[in-house]
Design a protein. Sequence first.
Length: 308
Amino acid sequence: MAVPDELAGLRLDQALAKMFPDFSRSRLKSWLVAGAVLVDGESRQPKDRVDGGEQVELTIVTELAVRSAPEPISLDVVFEDDDLLVINKQAGLVVHPGAGNPTGTLMNGLLHHSPALAELPRAGIIHRLDKDTTGLMMVGKTLAAHTALTRALAEREVSRHYVAVCRGVLTGGGKIDEPIGRHPVDRTRMTIRQDGRPAVTHFTVRERYRAHSFVDVKLDTGRTHQIRVHFAHRRHALLGDGVYGGRLGLPAGATAALIDELRGFKRQALHAAQLKLLHPVSGDELVLDAAIPEDFAHLLDVLRTDNK
């Protein structure tokens, strides 16, 4: 492929990013350094300037990007084609292998479901959900799709809609705009800190109960634990959140059924219910939904009954 004249004067790595938009700039740069990109038959440096008209030969280097073993883990597939996979993650399923969870993760299940994902970063996983959060997750099945979806997410072109139950009776919806960073003492937690990364959460109230609220949540950003941290900061922590949640928030005169349900709900009441995105290859708009899981639905039924 010839370097277009309008790219004359750019660094080679910048020109490559414009010529091959299906691949990330960092990946193209790594191939360039490795000698997999030739300009007029010769290796060049990323900082070298282009004049326009040079012939670029790109050799796509596939390598084993994931070393986890495939495992036959049941996956609830909501959408799948040659480029995109969307699954409805169940509660208790860790997304990536790590300390304490070397096996039995979503990544292990994805590698069994589609072995070619071993050649992609993080087995094609675009974003993550916490272990006990349920709902929709995107997986790019090709390098081009993975790059396009990652960019779309970063540029806020993917709409993510969650539902949650929080402590306290909210009077209305709102916006939480508070930066989030790693907790200075407990490194497994996140917290509000002014030197953190920008984080914006929008919410509306769907139902109110005597001591809790059922809310719709949409994200402008996707920080680790964002919804959990933002609602806890507002003193409306998510029900069942053992890390940020604290007390159950039992209403006065709570029935035995409600007490048992609130005490027995051992995960954060948070579900990724809907994704809106453009297909990474066809460009078609996709609106994908995942029904509220059974334990969450039962929790809502008990709260509604108590509210009567």
